[in-house]
Design a protein around this ligand. Structure first.
Ligand code: EPU
Length: 416
């Protein structure tokens, strides 16, 4: 099993180019099943989750080719199947976008339950509500989900009970295949959802977003397009937190600063100096890291996908910090690992309370993707050697994480 070996305690200096956004790339790649022409997608991150999406599209009969280092051509004209082998479904969460995509294209889809990170209950009731509102029958049994339109799908008005990225994406995909207007209320507006909207617009769908309300008019003949995936705000945020934790002077380039407003506010409260430019953020930290309080929520609030990473920063901050997790019921599974490194933290319901201290290196285990990234940050700012197992989790979502960290002065190696 591959591990990461980190010798901590070094400040970080230099530039980090940010890759394309994982959660946008997987949504846009799955959305191509609606399009019967070639789509060229640029700035695709080369990570395990993307490879899984590509294999699932190929298994449906799509022609997928890398045409440069980070650009893919996908042609779903030849799609002939609605069956995707379980192995391409169970490894990632986003595979359930095939429900919306294939329901829109063929009026039918049956897949195994999607996988992805385990942080407690991950219900899909809002997805099912949307499919039913469009006129589809939905069944969930024996580990399978089936959606079927026995008659033509129709436009609908849907007000979601909770703000959900996945339900918004699935409803958008179905609505894009329907000529009548659909109105979606209480939608997620994360940058990756907005990327998907832009991609669908480029293919001929009419989409208007006002606040949290979306108006969508799909097309009978959607056309191919060339589209560029936005930079990954969570990758960028992970490096900005690492630089604050280790100290030094780091510039993250090729990103969209407005996506990181909530994080930048927190990091400057915690003692970082931040300079924003049009496509980069420079972060410097020399003095004390201060304690603070953070609450996660739907965009534009503080992202849950940076919660474990900011938890590490809180574990070395001076004083008591409070971290409230409001999106996932069980996203504090990394805390026992952090405690092995000396963190002083207790959990009370949806709140983790940290009393800042020094971390020291230890053998630890990544419990999911972002928890793994958080342990990397912990290893970088700890005294001594840290060994992180379950590296595969981290590689699902970060392009060349150890190489990018090495380039800014980290002592980090893969082994095994
Ligand atoms: N929810 C429901 N019912 C539903 C759907 C969601 O109650 O039908 C609840 C969930 O239990 C949760 C909240 O709504 O409390 C938000 O869930 P959401 O549906 O937004 O999450 P998701 O679509 O499954 C995506 C990202 C996650 C990220 C969340 C929240 C992708 C592929 N995944 O998941 O990303 O944590 O949104 O922002 O886009 C990651 O990248 O590490 C990751 C886990």
């Amino acid at each position: 099993m591959q591990r990461l070996l980190i010798e901590g305690g070094r400040p970080l200096y230099g530039c980090v180019p940010i890759s394309g956004m994982k959660n946008s790339a997987v949504a846009v790649l799955y959305a191509t099943v609606l399009i019967k022409e070639e789509c060229i997608i640029e700035n695709i991150p080369k990570i395990m989750d993307v490879y899984t999406v590509i294999e699932s599209l190929k298994s449906l009969g799509a022609v997928v080719e890398w045409i440069s280092e980070d650009t893919i051509s996908v042609n779903c004209r030849t799609l002939r199947d609605t069956h995707v082998p379980e192995c391409w479904i169970c490894g990632i969460r986003a595979s359930y976008y095939l429900l919306g995509g294939l329901l829109g294209r063929f009026g039918y889809c049956e897949i195994a339950y999607p996988g992805g990170c385990d942080f407690g209950k991950r219900p899909i009731d809002q997805h099912m509500r949307a499919f039913s509102a469009f006129g589809a029958d939905c069944e969930q049994e024996k580990g399978y989900i089936k959606v079927e339109a026995k008659e033509a799908l129709h436009g609908a008005t849907i007000t979601f009970d909770v703000i959900s990225v996945g339900a918004t994406v699935n409803a958008l995909l179905v609505a894009s295949s329907i000529v009548q207007e659909t109105v979606l209320e209480q939608v997620a507006i994360e940058p990756h959802v907005q990327d998907l909207m832009k991609f669908l617009c480029a293919c001929g769908v009419k989409i208007k977003l006002e606040g949290r309300t979306l108006r969508i008019r799909g097309g009978e003949q959607l056309h191919g397009c060339r589209f560029r995936i936005s930079p990954d705000m969570i990758e960028a945020g992970t490096f900005l937190i690492a630089a604050t934790a280790c100290g030094g002077d780091v510039c993250c380039t090729a990103l969209e600063p407005s996506h990181l407003s909530a994080l930048c506010k927190v990091l400057s409260k915690m003692g970082a100096n931040i300079d924003l430019a049009s496509t980069q953020i420079r972060i410097r930290r020399e003095g004390t890291v201060y304690a603070t309080s953070v609450t996660t929520g739907a965009y534009p609030a503080f992202p849950t996908d940076l919660q474990p990473q900011i938890g590490v920063l809180m574990s070395i901050a001076h004083g008591e910090s409070r971290l409230y997790e409001k999106v996932w019921s069980d996203r504090f599974r990394y805390l026992p690992e952090l405690q092995k490194m000396g963190a002083v933290v207790k959990q009370e319901g949806d709140c983790a309370i940290f009393n800042g201290t020094r971390l020291y290196g230890a053998p630890v285990e990544a419990t999911d993707l972002r928890a793994g990234a958080a342990l990397v940050i912990a290893g970088l700012c700890a005294q001594g050697k840290t060994q992180i197992s379950n590296l595969a989790y981290i590689e699902r979502g970060y392009v060349a994480l150890s190489e990018k960290l090495k380039n800014i002065g980290a002592n980090i190696e893969k082994s095994g």
